[in-house]
Write a protein of this length. Structure first.
Lengths: 306, 712
């Protein structure tokens, strides 16, 4: 039986430590992008190695904000580390969401989550990665639609065609979320590189409903702190917003989050202070770059768990 | 050997100590079994040159990750009850066949799978009718060839890189059914090993990463549950292949010489660390003895003592003064089983924190007197040799606690984990419609012993594998042919003490379909517990077989009656069910059970640590409130007085009562010599010591020394 995120968080007398190490762990396993997007078993192996190598409490199955856009039809050229060098083509508006999860790295990401959930069972948390709809829109929607969606004022004149596109993206994310929930993931991680569009966020309501149905929390990770209005929408969905600034909210049933800045000069005392709060989920601002200093990451892991 | 050993160890000339009681057999070379680590090869020596500690650390971590991934994959792919819940292992072995990295499950599975690989290297690799090539798959389960018992089955695959053998991948565990006389592999009354089913010392079962269909057919035709055996064999093959692929990848990244040399260095480092650990402990001779109460076909007393000589950086473990082999059942162990079993205690407790592999055992010399029940002849049944080995391990728990008490490793001091085995093997058609036969994951929820720094943890794990899982009741219901009514922490079912031992999960179940089911039970400790307390703690209670036949359970459940039958304590004490209550020997042959018959099953509770009169009265109250203890025991054993109105502890009266209890104890005390003189005059009924050997010392007539194990 899977354990809930609350159970994991209450398990230790310290916060739950879950840094985002996807790129770093792929590098540690000497994996090139071609292997990453084709060998789910090896990706899962590389990710689970991070648990002991860096004393973490779990894994996040993937981290690539281009993943869904590529699976929707964009033609990407990448270097051996997966960095996107060029983007061509357009998304295919006829994609069937059920087929979408069987495409490219989406299918691998889902497979990785299934393997990790099954192998790690009750021992470690497994987060299922999802690129947020707004980030996807930014990467693959037509320019005129993007201008409307990300305008400061609420967009009024979205055509039925464009609504269909927004709906498609949301349904693809929903299908991925369903796969993660069925596989036994502990939580979903919804990642936004940009300030979300309210229209798109609203289109994601079914995804939050689905997660609620499975009693799986959705954590929203933002490259920049989300606006108050975005936070309010997320709260309405019952989402545990993952903030990028220290959160001094009262302890309660809500899972608080604490991002840490992994740097060479970060003091252990400061880390200890952060980690001592049992109700916190401690993560990084973003996926750590593949060329991060391994020794420092390992050292922080030891501090977090000692 | 050291001075303590040389001055005190007595060798009976007509008995053997440092090898098996049997000679070479087909597929079995006892010399290989007792060899210890193979000599360092030239490739290992060259490969290790220039490797830094950090590089060895990294390799160590990576191999552990590989083995652990293999473990998780195997547990997920398997459909055998034992494997799913962790009665299994994955190991990475050196090219010479020594276990280097372990993920388990069960430590001794790995420690006992070296001889078979060494046998392949020595006898089959260059034999043109067998050979050794990339993609080969080998199978073994024979206890004489180095294994445990026929129902623990293993698969190994050589790892070749650029044409050179660089390592072995090995996967296996408790498969269960082996084509034995009783379904499920366990034959409690077997007197010959040929009643225990399939014995394969080592056999190539596949090539080019594929199982041979004719061999698979042969194996499947040899057991009652071919579907499960085939599925599990394939899951083992998949896991071996996964481990093999990962090792190949490491060779590509690090170079094969670094891998080969690094693996050897991991073993050498383990031995060095074990010896450094031992040096910090007090030298001395340490003893403990346990008695078994059953042989399989009949009840009776046998003796299993253990003496440890701790000198400098070496432990010498001697199993001497053990009862002779009796041929009355399957409780006959082998030399290698005794040695491998030690890993369960040593790796989990004594050497905890050190990497568990064969290197640790290099610091331990093992002498097991034979022929005896601990080191027995080839033709006997050995299926339950684990019961004898377990007694040695329980002795080691007690001895280890004495050694560690005054040491930097005192935190590892604790009473033994429960091993009062009364194992029920259910057999029949399951809810999914296929034939299955096995025990349930409840076996993995026995009680821990009381610890130096606290109480034992309830339902902590399997005796042989602390890292096992007890599984989900719903899964048990679907995979086995009976239905679990409840699983609950047993009441009064642990060893009492200052820090109490802990209780097991007790499974209460019923045979529920119109077809009923078969059940075979296996074990001992029905009258004499194998779970000692230490430093004044009580033993965990004995654990006989308990079934109720011909009940009215189904009718009363259908009538929606509110019954107190969902714990062993209530079942036994309230006797609300009408039916035939049977408490008998755990070693009972296969019987048919009908719908509504009830079984109560557990592996018993761990022993206590320290004097019961030193237990915090509030902790006694908490145990009562949490349903682990009855008030009666709190009052009579722990000497706690409760306020009759509030139920709270009355500290003043408790102190007074305990002082009085201590006074009574002192009254019963005797001077040492007086006690020994009286003790040596005592003698059990002749009827129960027929297979004991001479009494009290099996190997010596008219023994009159104060303690057993002193011969000169």
């Amino acid at each position: 039986m899977e354990k809930s995120l609350d159970q994991f968080i209450g398990e230790h007398d310290r916060g739950l430590y879950l840094p985002i190490l996807f790129s770093l762990l792929m590098r540690l396993e000497h994996m090139v992008w071609q292997e990453i997007e084709s060998d789910a078993a090896l990706v899962a192996f590389a990710l689970r190695n991070g648990i002991t190598a860096f004393n973490t409490n779990g894994v996040i199955n993937w981290f690539d904000t281009w993943m869904e856009a590529e699976a929707l039809g964009l033609n990407l050229s990448r270097d051996k580390n997966g960095q996107v060098l060029s983007v061509n083509g357009q998304i295919n508006r006829d994609v069937d969401p059920e087929q979408f999860v069987k495409n490219g790295q989406v299918s691998i990401a889902v497979d990785v989550a299934k393997r990790l959930s099954s192998e790690l069972a009750e021992r470690s948390v497994v987060f299922g990665y999802l690129t947020g709809g707004s980030t996807m829109a930014e990467k693959c929607f037509p320019q005129d639609l993007k201008q409307k969606l990300f305008a400061e004022d609420q967009p009024q004149d979205i055509s039925d065609d464009d609504k269909g596109l927004i709906d498609l993206v949301a349904r693809c994310s929903l299908q991925m979320a369903r796969e993660y929930c069925e596989s036994g993931a502990t939580a979903l991680l919804l990642v936004e590189e940009i300030e979300p569009s309210k229209v798109i966020l609203d289109a994601y309501e079914p995804l939050f409903n689905l997660a609620n149905y499975y009693s799986i929390p959705v954590l929203s990770l933002h490259r920049e702190p989300p606006s108050k209005s975005t936070a309010a929408v997320l709260e309405k969905f019952g989402c545990f917003a993952m903030l990028n600034e220290k959160n001094d909210a009262e302890e309660g049933n809500v899972v608080l989050s604490e991002s840490i800045f992994l740097s060479a000069d970060g003091s252990d005392a400061e880390l200890n202070n952060i980690v001592s709060n049992q109700n916190r989920l401690i993560t990084t601002y973003w996926d750590l770059p593949f060329n991060s200093k391994l020794e420092r990451v390992a050292e922080i892991g030891r501090t977090m768990t000692n | 050997m050291g001075r303590l050993f040389d001055d005190n160890f007595y060798r009976f000339e007509d008995l053997i100590y440092d090898t098996e009681a049997y000679g070479p057999q087909p597929g079995c070379d006892p010399e290989l079994i007792t060899q210890g680590l193979a000599p360092v090869t030239e490739k290992e020596r060259i490969g290790a040159e220039g490797l830094t500690d950090v590089e060895i650390d990294l390799l160590d971590h990576k191999l552990t990750s590989i083995a652990e991934e293999g473990r998780d994959v195997y547990m997920n792919l398997s459909i055998s009850e034992g494997i799913i819940t962790g009665d299994m292992n994955c190991g990475i072995f050196t090219a010479s066949g020594d276990p280097c990295t372990v993920a388990t499950g069960i430590y001794f599975h790995v420690l006992l799978n070296n001889a078979q690989l060494k046998y392949i290297n020595k006898y089959y690799a260059d034999d043109p009718t067998v050979g050794l090539r990339d993609g080969d798959i080998f199978f073994f389960n024979d206890e004489l060839g180095g294994g445990i018992h026929s129902f623990d089955m293993f698969t190994a695959m050589p790892v070749f890189f650029e044409g050179e053998l660089v390592a072995w991948a090995e996967v296996g565990g408790h498969q269960g059914e082996s084509g034995s006389v009783s379904p499920g592999g366990f034959v409690p009354t077997a007197t010959s090993r040929f009643e225990e089913g399939l014995h394969i010392p080592v056999m190539k079962i596949g090539e080019n990463f594929q199982l041979r269909q004719d061999v698979l057919d042969f194996l499947c035709a040899s057991v009652r549950n071919p579907f499960i055996l085939a599925a599990d064999l394939k899951s083992r093959l998949a896991t071996c292949k996964r481990i093999r692929d990962r090792i190949i990848r490491e060779c590509e990244r690090r170079g094969a010489p670094s891998l080969v040399g690094g693996m050897r260095q991991i073993l050498i480092r383990s031995e060095e660390r074990a010896r450094a650990h031992l040096v910090k402990l007090n030298d001395g001779i340490y003893r403990h003895v346990l008695f078994n109460d059953d042989m399989g076909t009949e009840e009776g007393l046998t003796r299993i003592p253990t003496t440890v000589y701790k000198e400098g950086d070496t432990l010498t473990m001697v199993v001497q003064g053990v009862s002779p082999e009796n041929g009355k059942g399957p409780m006959h162990a082998t030399w290698h089983l005794i040695r491998g079993s030690m890993g369960v205690y040593l790796f989990s407790y004594f050497f905890r924190g050190l990497q568990p592999n064969a290197g640790l055992l290099q610091a331990v010399k093992v002498l097991v007197e034979g022929p005896s029940i601990a080191n027995s002849s080839a033709h006997l049944a050995h299926g339950e040799g684990t019961s004898i080995a377990a007694c040695v391990v329980q002795n080691l728990h007690v001895i280890g606690s004495k050694i560690l008490f005054d040491s930097p490793y005192k935190e590892a001091v604790q009473s033994p984990h429960s091993r009062n085995i009364s194992l029920y093997i259910f057999s029949g058609e399951n809810a999914r419609g296929y034939t299955s036969m096995n025990f349930t994951g409840t076996v993995n929820a026995s009680g821990q012993g009381g610890r130096v720094d606290g109480d034992g943890e309830h339902a902590v794990g399997f005796y042989w594998g602390p890292f096992t899982d007890s599984g989900e009741v719903e899964d048990i219901d679907s995979r086995l042919p009976h239905t679990v009514l409840s699983r609950a922490i047993g009441k009064n079912y642990h060893g009492f003490g200052k820090n109490r031992g802990s209780a097991p999960l007790v499974e209460v179940s019923t045979s529920c379909s119109h077809k009923g089911c078969l059940m075979t039970s296996w074990g001992s400790a029905d009258r004499l517990s194998h779970n000692p307390g230490i430093f004044g703690g009580y033993y965990g209670p004995p654990n006989p077989r308990f079934v109720i036949r011909n009940t009215d359970l189904m009718e009363r459940l259908q009538a929606d009656e509110d019954l107190d039958i969902f714990s062993q304590f209530d079942l036994m004490n309230k006797q609300q069910l009408n039916g035939e209550y049977i408490m008998e020997s755990s070693s009972t042959s296969t019987q048919q059970f009908a719908e509504g018959d009830v079984f109560a099953f557990s592996l018993g509770g761990g022993g206590g640590y320290g004097d019961v009169l030193e237990r915090e009265p509030e902790s006694v109250l908490e145990d009562i409130q949490t349903n682990v203890l009855t008030k009666e025991v709190g009052e009579t054993v722990y000497g706690v007085v409760f306020n009759s109105e509030t139920g709270d502890v009355d500290l003043k009266k408790t102190d007074k009562k305990r002082a009085s209890m201590k006074k009574n104890r002192l009254k019963q005390g005797k001077p040492f010599n007086e006690f020994v003189t009286g003790w040596l005059k005592k003698r059990p009924n002749e009827e129960i010591i027929q297979n004991y050997g001479n009494y009290p010392e099996p190997r010596v007539e008219n023994y009159d020394k104060p303690f057993w194990g002193m011969y000169e």
